[in-house]
Write a protein that binds this ligand. Structure first.
Ligand code: ADP
Ligand code: MG
Length: 633
């Protein structure tokens, strides 16, 4: 049989390559704008018609091209930006593949005018479907103009595949905004069907962002600035109260190139943890500068995804610097995050520093004493008794062995004292019952401070009316803060098990647990030995029962399915949330009056009592006036 393999002619190869580079008019816009930026232009005009389907024109005042280069630039793999493979590691330009112009010329009618500053005359070239139609000498201003008409004229299938003008225009707009945001030192103008959409003078980042987004953006922005050896971060993030339901205004630029990164996005979201309403997204405009040899831009044809050498460090730096900015500009909530020298902000409360040593140390605790007096249900102001629950005001601890799981969750609130109420945002009602309408029994009834309704809510009168607490969420908040505090500030005590627990897991789960061990140990877990398929637990946190252990770990493994967060802060946070979720008293559980009291007091002793760790409200208030209004109907 005769041989059948042939080399494809250039114009066919270019058309195929165009499939990768040019998907739609917006791709042409991106390539031409980036070429103009690479040519060091200080003024760039973008002119489009019919969302770019009929015309995309980019006019720049950059370096221009010589006669030879003007011809060569349409060849595939023709580039002035790299000469050897090593140059890929020190890229400072947007382009480097030398493919864009060849690809675009293969699937459109293209006209180019270009002149270098030092030349008298420039070059005017017309090329259609990779064929040179004409080349002339012309009188031109300095710089280059590319006009791309009738995109996909020779590939009807691709042309038909284009979306409506509205959709294609949106894509063009996105590309324009990305380039214009990345280069505030360039004057950009943008015209669509003859009308001017943008005229953005040379400016700083803030002005450029405001120029592109809208006048109102200015008041929403908080600056971020961080300079470290491996990265410089500059830019702006929005104050949490301006968070939106969609992810519209989120931009990362790395070395002036717009990029997408789920990982860095996660770092930003972690900085906002606890500050956003459910499902809301902050805006951000973050400009990262890193040494070019620490990134690999080459992993995606459109170069919007890049690989960093030290992603984890970038994550930590980004999160910490944003968190710092939000804190500095007073937009953090009650929780006060402070910075650590290693930039990995730990969770601790500034104002707690002085109390730290006394909070949760219980020298006398004996987990084997099955003595009810160990469990401080008492709210009497006399402080801790024999069990030694040395609660400082506003804290609580649970140094009691839980014997009856069904009823003993309340031990988590032991040590709460009446005066903790004073730290709460509410003044509880002072119940001096003066009316003789009540007999003694009723007076006692009236002294009751909390009521449980539907085994779900705790209602309690306060001076201004009443509060209704969601028991499950409130308990989650209490446990969450308690675990975090133990993990970051104090070492938690643990209760030793008489018979160590053997729990079996798959090898991937074992690997996860292995990684989590150090954090789990800070919550009070004690691990014995290392086996291939199971863990041996000889000690557990004081506020867990033996029967809850496997549930807690199960939940943790499922919460960490997507991987363990890189920084220790997020790791602790995830573990604390997960354990709070597993252990919080459920809706449908009956609570004794004492338990209800402890729950309410415990909640208001928290640093951030208003929301659950999962950003849900923990309680609502009803003012007397509101109730009055209802009766007035
Ligand atoms: P790349 O940008 O990857 O080098 P392109 O196909 O986009 O590849 O461009 C090819 C070459 O044409 C560039 O390397 C550059 O030398 C030249 N060029 C393209 N656009 C311009 C422009 N606006 N001004 C000056 N030179 C340009
Ligand atoms: Mg290019």
């Amino acid at each position: 049989m005769s041989s059948i393999i042939q080399l494809l002619p250039d114009h066919v190869a270019n058309q195929i390559a165009a499939g990768e580079v040019v998907q739609r008019p917006a791709s042409v816009v991106k390539e031409l704008l980036e070429n103009a930026v690479d040519a060091k232009a200080t003024d760039i005009k973008l002119i489009i018609k019919d969302a770019g389907k009929s015309l995309v024109q980019v006019i720049d005042n950059g370096l221009g091209m010589s006669v030879t280069d003007a011809r060569l630039c349409f060849e595939r793999h023709a580039t002035s930006k790299i000469r050897q493979a090593e140059d890929l590691f020190s890229l400072c330009t947007k382009g480097f593949r030398g493919e864009a112009l060849a690809s675009i010329a293969a699937i459109a009618h293209m006209e180019m005018k270009t002149k270098q500053d030092q030349e008298e005359l420039g070059t005017h070239i017309v090329i259609e479907g990779s064929k040179f139609v004409s080349q002339e000498v012309a009188v031109l201003p300095k710089g280059t103009s590319f006009a791309v008409k009738n995109l996909f004229f020779n590939i009807p299938a691709r042309r038909n595949f284009l979306k409506s003008d509205t959709v294609e225009f949106r894509h063009v707009m996105d590309e324009f905004q990305r380039v214009a945001l990345a280069h505030p030192n360039i004057h950009f103008t943008f015209y669509h069907n003859g009308s001017e959409l943008y005229n953005l003078p040379i400016a700083g980042y803030r002005q450029r962002i405001v120029g592109i987004m809208s006048g109102k953006t200015n008041e929403k922005l908080v600056p971020v600035n961080e300079d470290t050896e491996i990265i410089n971060v500059q830019g702006f993030v929005s104050k949490p109260e301006f968070a939106k339901k969609n992810r519209g205004e989120q931009f990362f630029f790395v070395n002036d190139r717009f990029i997408k990164s789920g990982y860095l996005h996660h770092a930003v979201m972690a900085a906002y943890d606890g500050l956003l309403k459910d499902g809301c997204q902050p805006s951000y405009f973050l400009y990262l500068q890193v040494p070019p040899n620490t990134i690999d831009i080459n992993i995606h044809p459109t170069k919007t995804e890049i690989k960093f050498d030290d992603e984890q460090a970038l994550y930590a730096i980004l999160r910490a610097s944003i968190k710092h900015s939000l804190g500095q500009f007073n937009v953090s909530p009650v929780l006060d995050f402070d910075r650590d020298a290693n930039l990995d902000t730990p969770y601790y409360y500034k104002d707690l520093e002085a109390e730290t040593p006394t909070i949760q140390v219980d020298g006398t605790f004996n987990p084997f004493t099955d003595d009810k007096t160990n469990q401080h249900y008492s709210k009497s102001g006399s402080g801790s008794s024999s069990g030694g629950s040395n609660s400082g005001s506003g804290s609580y601890s649970g140094y009691s062995k839980r014997v009856e799981p069904a009823v003993s969750w309340e031990s988590l609130y032991v040590g709460l004292e009446t005066d903790t109420i004073e730290s709460s945002p509410f003044t509880f009602e002072n119940e001096e019952v003066t009316s003789s309408l009540f007999n003694d029994d009723e007076v006692e009834q009236a002294n009751k401070k909390t009521y449980q309704i539907h085994k779900k809510y705790i209602v309690s009168p306060i001076k201004s009316g009443m509060i209704i607490v969601d028991q499950h969420r409130a308990h989650q908040r209490i446990l969450y803060e308690q675990f975090l505090l133990n993990m970051t500030v104090n070492q938690a005590s643990s209760q030793q098990l008489l018979f160590p627990l053997n729990l079996f897991y798959s090898s991937s789960e074992m690997a996860l647990i292995e990684e989590l061990k150090p954090s789990l140990e800070t919550t009070g877990f004690v691990f014995d030995g290392a086996e291939a398929d199971h863990i041996v637990i000889s000690g557990i946190p004081v506020n867990i029962t033996e029967s809850e252990v496997s549930l807690v770990i199960e939940q943790l493994l499922s919460d960490l399915q997507d991987g363990i967060p890189a920084s220790s802060y997020s790791q602790n946070d995830t573990i604390a949330k997960s354990m709070a979720k597993s252990l919080a008293v459920k809706t449908g559980s009956y609570l004794t009056e004492k338990e209800q009291d402890n729950l309410v007091n415990g909640l208001f002793a928290c640093k951030d009592p208003n929301i659950s760790p999962f950003q849900k409200p923990t309680f609502i208030t009803m003012r007397v006036e509101d109730i009055d209004k209802k009766f007035a109907l």
